[in-house]
Design a protein around this ligand. Structure first.
Ligand SMILES: CC(C)(COP(=O)(O)OP(=O)(O)OC[C@H]1O[C@@H](n2cnc3c(N)ncnc32)[C@H](O)[C@@H]1OP(=O)(O)O)[C@@H](O)C(=O)NCCC(=O)NCCS
Length: 116
């Protein structure tokens, strides 16, 4: 296990509804790996009810408690991908690309929702 990794199961009562893994590695040479989400999966039958947003806010709170004001995430662009979800959660593309994925970033304070 990478010592900087922050893996968490997401529970609804006793039921595991998702998994999120963040990484907090302020010294990492790549900005994309210093403070942000590495993996996020919500169980297929639990999607669309706020579990993913809950996970993003949990990572944001953890980052804030570590004195960070910004979190990042990488996503693969394209149809059927999580881009729309991350935009709804307040991430904005930085214009950088890492391993064919787009880098998004947002503040750790509660994001304002884009209109629409
Ligand atoms: C992408 C994923 C994490 C979203 O989790 P979720 O629990 O279904 O999302 P939420 O219910 O919290 O949705 C939050 C908002 O994003 C929107 N949203 C969710 N998925 C979306 C998508 N694919 N495209 C556009 N908007 C989306 C929701 O409608 C909701 O909008 P609101 O602001 O109007 O409420 C989940 O669908 C998933 O695990 N997908 C498969 C794996 C994956 O793609 N992981 C991410 C790559 S690391």
């Amino acid at each position: 296990m990478t010592p900087t990794a922050w893996p968490r199961a997401i529970l609804d009562g006793d039921v595991v509804v998702g998994f999120v893994m963040a990484n907090f590695d302020p010294e990492n040479e790549l900005a994309a790996f210093r403070c942000g989400i590495w993996r996020l999966n919500v169980a297929a039958d639990q999607q669309g009810r706020g579990v993913g947003r809950f996970a993003v806010e949990g990572v944001a709170r953890e980052a804030q408690s570590r004195g960070r004001d910004r979190i990042t995430v990488l996503w693969a662009p394209g149809e059927g991908g999580p881009e729309g979800f991350y935009l709804r959660c307040g991430f904005e593309p930085t214009g950088e690309q890492v391993f064919d994925q787009l880098l998004g970033a947002r503040t750790t304070t509660t994001a304002s929702r884009p209109a629409g």
